[in-house]
Design a protein around this ligand. Structure first.
Ligand SMILES: Nc1ncnc2c1ncn2[C@@H]1O[C@H](COP(=O)(O)OP(=O)(O)OP(=O)(O)O)[C@@H](O)[C@H]1O
Length: 299
């Protein structure tokens, strides 16, 4: 047994020799049992990272361990839902679930898979090619949950679901993860959805990990300060982003010690933290203690 779900050390992936790497020098550790939000702008490398962890791509350089072994060896214990939710178009809903049962004999949770499909009123006889985008997503999630994997890798899993379906499926996912200690890594552009569900964050931008760690730890490491002072007055801290506002200056800082009481200090919301880092891609990265790779993988 390992207490580490994913561990990356200097992980780099280039799709072709002449292309800029999609991921470059990424190092982080995700403990088991965490629900991790994978966030970043379009083209940041999120899908690439998930495909690497699913064992569908091989790193160009660097190391990646999944559940204490190689991504390929971990595949039976991992469920991956790709962004385009690939399924066999000619199979019916019932045949797709039967195939899930056959491919995962021994671990298949038929009741859960059937419940996820039935909650969306999927007609068991309907062909996959006749399903809507949201219905296909639901079927893909039914397969992933039915597998009872130790690690769920979900690439924008809720993107084409209606708000009610999204809310209910997220609830099912979180309840299952909590009951079974499943690790979840979920990419999404909807920060509100992630803030409610996730306890861990990986922010990827330009192929690099900008923030990695427990959401509470990352939020506590920052402060949103407002005042009439100058940016230079905040020099002892790391200023991630600063803006002139009606009240003078507002800055998101990574604190190094107490902040001068001349500033109004608030804890940022997750959204404020993420938006500031997305607007300031050159701000120094922060990977919190305990979420850096261990020596075994880094070596
Ligand atoms: N199969 C591929 N061949 C060549 N380049 C690719 C391929 N897949 C992705 N890329 C490139 O790799 C980079 C990272 O893409 P990736 O799909 O991982 O981003 P993403 O963060 O998932 O984006 P989005 O939020 O838009 O889904 C992009 O520059 C993209 O153009």
């Amino acid at each position: 047994m390992t207490d580490t779900a994913i561990e990356a050390a200097d992980l780099t992936l280039a799709y072709g020799r002449r292309r800029e790497p999609a991921l470059r020098g990424c190092s982080f550790r995700l403990a088991t049992g965490r629900v991790c939000a994978l966030v970043g702008p379009n083209g940041a490398g999120k899908s690439t990272l998930l495909a690497l962890a699913a064992g569908l791509l091989r790193p160009t350089s660097g190391r990646l361990a999944v559940l204490g072994t190689t991504p390929a060896a971990a595949r039976p214990r991992v469920a991956y839902v790709a962004q385009d939710k690939p399924l066999h178009p000619g199979l019916s809903v019932a045949e797709t679930l039967r195939l899930g049962a056959e491919l995962n004999a021994g671990s298949w949770d038929a009741a859960l898979a059937a419940q996820v499909a039935a909650d969306g009123e999927l007609d068991p006889g309907a062909r996959v090619r006749s399903l809507s985008g949201g219905q296909r997503t639901r079927l893909a999630l039914a397969l992933a949950l039915g597998k009872r994997a130790e690690l769920l890798l979900l690439d924008e899993p809720m993107a084409d679901l209606d708000p009610l379906a999204r809310n209910r499926l997220m609830g099912t996912l979180m309840a299952e993860a909590a009951e079974h200690g499943t690790t979840v890594v979920m990419s999404s552009h909807i920060i509100g959805e992630l803030a409610d569900a996730c306890d861990h964050l990986l922010l990827v931008s330009g192929g690099r990990v900008r923030l990695g760690g427990g959401i509470d730890d990352l939020v506590h490491a920052h402060a949103l300060v407002t005042g009439t002072g100058r940016v230079a007055d905040l020099a002892r801290h790391t200023v991630v982003e600063s803006r002139a506002t009606g009240r003078g200056l507002t800055a998101l800082i990574r604190t190094d010690g107490p902040v001068d009481p001349a500033w109004d200090v608030e804890e940022p919301s997750l959204e404020e933290l993420l938006l500031a880092h997305l607007r300031a891609p050159d701000a120094p990265a922060l990977i919190t203690p305990g979420t850096t790779p261990t020596r075994a993988v880094a070596a």
